[in-house]
Design a protein around this ligand. Structure first.
Ligand SMILES: Cc1cc2nc3c(=O)[nH]c(=O)nc-3n(C[C@H](O)[C@H](O)[C@H](O)COP(=O)(O)O)c2cc1C
Length: 369
């Protein structure tokens, strides 16, 4: 069983939805990274459920740093952070009834009945709180290096936001927006769609779009640990994500090379491409253009509507009507999670290429971009 990701900056996640705590151990960080509780709390705030568009579970999300930080700076030893669980209703979960499209059945097959099934256990979206706290440490580090990361809701149900245009401006606009969309009026329409699904005891899916600005060209390892591969690996680790595409992605299918090839140009002694259909990556390596990718998020599996399923303890077919508290859409709360794991991949790939000290040496990166 592996709960660890990364090659140079390495994260391990632990905890269960209704256990004592969730948390993360971050290893490989250089000494001297500033760690600000205000930044960590700001990130966690973006992931908080705020109204009826999200779960009614209200967690304080108070982060305790147990190791690896002294006088507000990393020491260079493993950084461990934990977030206590406080608002659990474990009685809402009956062992044996498999929520359709959720992990109850497969977890039973994998762990043979020893799994903590309450609230999805270790598979729960609750564990992403720990990853977002990690993002609260790493995103400011990248910002200091001139690298910006941001995600917005591109589509929720049939309501669409516009695509990224001038990326650094859009990312500045998005930072700290608790409902991350770019166009005026879209938040209200998407909120209505989510509320309608909730009123129907149902859920709704969507698309999110992420941009990374300010990366040097040539980042990534060939073949298996390419930039696309590493991002896709960690993105698919987030529950509820069912697809990822880079740049034009699946829209390449009916195009000709002459229509979509990204022509190189040299301007003011700098190399760029005229278009960015490849989403900033060629052959698994960054090409110096913004990295842009889209992810599809499925409608939340846990819904109140009656559904056919099985009781795998009694071995019989049943109709289930779920009681627990769930997000009618996770599309908003997943955005800071994606930003955080993206920051982790960027930090890991920078460290692999240049050594982890690059994360505290601003000038070095500036000369590379
Ligand atoms: C922030 C966040 C919150 C989530 N909340 C819920 C939830 O309330 N109910 C639910 O059924 N799934 C929720 N999920 C999704 C499940 O974790 C996920 O669907 C499940 O683990 C199965 O994985 P899969 O959908 O990738 O197959 C959430 C995911 C995230 C990232």
């Amino acid at each position: 069983m592996k709960n660890t990701f990364g090659n140079s900056i390495i994260v391990t996640v632990f905890g269960e939805s209704h256990g004592m705590a969730v948390g993360a151990v971050l290893d490989g960080l250089p000494a001297g990274i500033g760690v600000s509780m205000a930044n960590i709390n700001e990130m966690l705030h973006l992931r908080h459920p705020k109204d009826k568009t999200a779960t009614m579970r209200q967690e304080e999300d108070k982060v305790s740093i147990l190791s690896g930080v002294f006088n507000n700076y990393t020491t260079g030893t493993p950084l461990t952070l934990a977030i206590q669980n406080k608002d659990m209703h474990s009685g809402d979960y009956q062992y044996g009834i498999a929520r359709p499209s959720h992990v109850d059945y497969v977890a039973r097959k994998r762990y043979g009945g020893f799994e903590d099934y309450r609230g999805g256990g270790h598979f729960s979206g609750r564990v992403t709180a720990a990853l977002v706290a990690v993002g609260g440490i790493l995103l400011p580090v990248l910002n200091n290096l001139g690298i910006k990361v941001g995600t917005h809701i591109l589509q929720c149900g049939s309501i669409c936001d516009r695509n990224f245009e001038i990326l650094p401006n859009d990312l500045d606009f998005l930072s700290k927006r608790s409902f991350p969309v770019l166009e005026f009026g879209v938040e209200k329409k998407m909120t209505e769609v989510i509320m309608r699904a909730a009123d129907d005891k149902d859920s709704i899916g969507g698309l999110v779009q992420t941009g990374i600005y300010g990366l040097p060209a040539g980042l990534g390892e060939p073949w298996f640990d390419g930039f696309e591969s590493m991002l896709s690996h960690i993105i698919f680790s987030i529950g509820g994500i069912k697809g990822i595409e880079f740049g034009l992605g699946f829209a390449f299918a009916n195009k000709k090379g002459s229509e979509v090839n990204d022509s190189f140009v040299i301007k003011d002694e700098k190399v760029s491409t005229k278009t960015n259909n490849n989403g900033g990556i060629n052959g698994g390596l960054t090409n110096g253009m913004p990295v842009v990718f889209q992810c599809v998020v499925k409608p939340t599996a846990s819904i109140g509507k009656a559904q056919e399923t099985i009781d795998f303890v009694k071995n019989e077919n049943v109709i289930m009507e779920l009681k627990g508290r769930h997000d009618p859409a996770i599309i908003r709360r997943i955005c800071p999670v994606i930003d955080s794991v993206t920051a982790l991949v960027v930090a890991d790939m920078l460290s692999q290429r240049y050594g982890a000290d690059i994360l505290v040496k601003k000038d070095l990166l500036c000369n590379l971009v």
